[in-house]
Write a protein that binds this ligand. Structure first.
Ligand code: FES
Length: 294
């Protein structure tokens, strides 16, 4: 028999999980997604995804508004710190803009259930920004009690939004590198994956190596490339993607990976694909080895 605390925990988690099934949000999601995808961000879109730092940028950027707002709440209970608290409230409102932009570009390339939770997360943060903006105005007009009240209300909204962001990132794994388990699922050393003639020139072939799917590609010159087949972004099947200029493009959200070393050339993925060493023995059997496996 579960106790009252365990039942409350269950129902709390169930209500969080149910956000991902809110299909009535889909019409709004589709419109907002079009707008976000249409923003003329150029190469800055990958910067916002976090390609250069190897993981999503959004969680790093949100530290600034959250830190500023929390610090303002602390100052609000310390006498004589009104000006500093107002400054921090304003810093939080302004710094929420780049954090939100990074979040939206990530959000627009996610699974439906993640986007539904993400929309509720964004609504909570938007509410926080609105409350803090009003707090800033009231503080500026000398209405300190009202300014603090709006500030504390904003902190509640921001805290709820942050909790939903954590749910999205960790329970729904929205920003995690999906290839991270690959080295742990393989034995170290060399493994046969077929014969050279099993891999037609210029054709992406999917192979299984134990629990790991592989993408095998033989170039016209004979060189064979092998990458983990499931995309590091959200596990899209790279064997179904376009191959051009020595790279493979994921068919789901368009991340591009270099075949020779798995490097992440274009987002939304922020982690590279595990890249296997390849050796062909005298009888034409292809062997692969993943450095660091086991
Ligand atoms: S699964 Fe999203 S780009 Fe591959």
């Amino acid at each position: 028999m579960k106790g009252a605390a365990a039942r409350a925990e269950d129902s709390f988690l169930k209500s969080l999980d149910s956000l991902g099934r809110l299909e009535r949000l889909d019409a709004v999601i589709s419109r907002v997604q079009q707008v976000v995808r249409g923003l003329p961000l150029g190469r800055y879109r990958d910067v916002l995804h976090g390609l250069q730092i190897g993981h999503p940028l959004h969680p790093a950027l949100v530290q600034i508004p959250m830190g500023a707002w929390f610090s303002a709440a602390v100052l609000d209970v310390v006498p004589g710190t009104g000006r500093s608290a107002r400054l921090l409230v304003g810093v939080g409102v302004l710094s929420a803009a780049p954090a939100a932009l990074a979040g939206w570009v990530d959000w627009a390339e996610q699974h439906e259930d993640q986007m539904r939770t993400g929309l509720v997360h964004a609504a909570s943060i938007a509410a926080a920004v609105g409350l803090y903006a009003r707090s800033w105005v009231h503080r500026g007009r000398g209405r300190m009690a009202l300014g603090k009240a709006f500030g504390f209300a904003g902190l509640c909204a921001a805290g709820s939004g942050a909790m939903l962001g954590g749910h999205l990132a960790f329970r729904q794994a929205a920003g995690a590198n999906k290839t991270q388990p690959v080295p742990h699922l393989l034995e170290e050393g060399w493994h046969p994956v077929g014969r050279v003639e099993d891999f037609p020139v210029g054709e992406a072939v999917r192979r299984e190596l134990g629990e790991v799917a592989l993408l095998v590609f033989r170039e016209p010159g004979g060189r064979i490339h092998v990458l983990a087949e499931r995309c590091s972004h959200l596990s899209g099947p790279l064997s179904g993607g376009e191959i051009a200029d020595g790279c493979v493009e994921c068919p789901w959200h368009g991340s591009v990976f270099r075949l020779s070393d798995g490097a992440n050339v274009r987002g939304p993925a922020t982690a590279p694909q595990p890249s296997f060493q390849v050796s062909v023995d005298a009888d034409g059997t292809v062997h692969v080895r993943l450095p660091g496996a086991g």
